[in-house]
Design a protein around this ligand. Sequence first.
Ligand SMILES: *Cc1c(COP(=O)(O)O)cnc(C)c1O
Length: 482
Amino acid sequence: MHPENSATNADTAASPDSPVPLASPVPPVSPVPLAAPLSRTAGFAGALRQAVADGLLGEDRPVAGFLDTDGVRRSVSALREAFDAVPGAPVLHTFAAKASSLVPVLRLLAACGMGCEVASPGELRLAVEAGFTPDRIVLDSPAKTREELRLAMALGVAVNADNFAELRRIGELRPPESGSVFGLRVNPQVGGGSIGAMSTATATSKFGVALRDPGAREQVVQAFADRPWLTRLHAHVGSQGCPLELIAEGIAQTYLLAEEINETLGTRQVTGIDMGGGLPVNFDGEEDRPAFADYVRVLRAAAPGLFDGRYALVTEFGRSLLAKNGFIGARVEYTKDAGGRRIALTHAGAQVATRTVFMPDAWPLRVGAFDGEGLPRSGPPMVQDVAGPCCFAGDVVAHARELPELHEGDFVALYDTGAYYFSTPWAYNSLPRPAVYGFTHGGGADGRVRFATVRDAQTLDSVAAESGLAHADALTGPGRRP
Ligand SMILES: *Cc1c(COP(=O)(O)O)cnc(C)c1O
């Protein structure tokens, strides 16, 4: 049930001419114990070895993504427990679909009881296909078209407007009986973190209404006064590279604005606060630092009133739920030396680790070295570059890294890549999207790792089709000047 909206959207959902098919409800999965049986790295090593033995990684399948599904469930439990530790506020935890835009992964999260935050028509479609009911979906796209807004409101998903112009558009298009909850995104302008591209609360950020600009606060209050159906404030202050205190300060500012609106209007019109996601991920070790509980502690200190039950809360975490539960496995095709540097040429580069390749200091990845059977390599450390298959010089996922010496036919594991990496491939060099597998340990009596295909590797037929094969003669055919 939507925390702010007790009316169900059953009518919209069941409508035969619903613009997207609604999947059947997702049966819940049983909870998993919070303590993992193995360290994450040991669990990944077991999975990599089994993947090699099962032929999921090898000469013909040189790169794939892997996701520890029990680990995902443990992360969801940790998120829930952190917020449940504060009695009072009802919370809808949504998962930011862009962090892992894969239907089976989204369905697993739906089965864990989560909602879904979407930021494009494609993500909305995936969320519906995954089985999230409209009352658990939040639409946050930065540049929503009229068509996208109409669809969202027909489905009854929550919509956060990015700006005043969009708010006016929603006012014009809003069906009188819409089951949607409407919010306004604000930018508290508390400043940025260490990665500019991940900092959404700078003075000139493209997101939300810039709250500290002259007259903006008054304009926001007036926008709520003019629209009794506007009941929520939304802020997503930053992601990777932002300190918790900075994020919490932005949420605290949003809370104070909600209080101000309600006091000025003399009624509790703002009933919900969507605090976004953005808990950063540590790339330097396998444990979660900071943990969700750390974030809740900092939030409570910054905005105690936020949790007293007067506001329904929504969260939109992405990377912090998935990143550390996934890894990329890739084969070493060749090794060579250049200018005194050893280089391992692997099949994992910018097509699956785009941010790391272009901003290696901001997105450093831990790398594991394995032999041709998938067993961890030991041996004296040697300085090596781990390079990818793309045709540009910068396609290196780890520079001058100390690792046991890699050999042709070995495998590398790129850790902490469960969010925004293999799920978000880049089509450079017409490299196919790699397969993705979910895995669990000890599903059966033999304790063997079991895999489930989440996404098939892209075929070359599909690569050609996506490259305009159907229009092959469009520029040279009869009547066209060559
Ligand atoms: C990207 C995004 C999120 C998720 O961010 P994470 O850093 O992955 O937690 C949540 N909300 C909005 C609006 C976003 O753009």
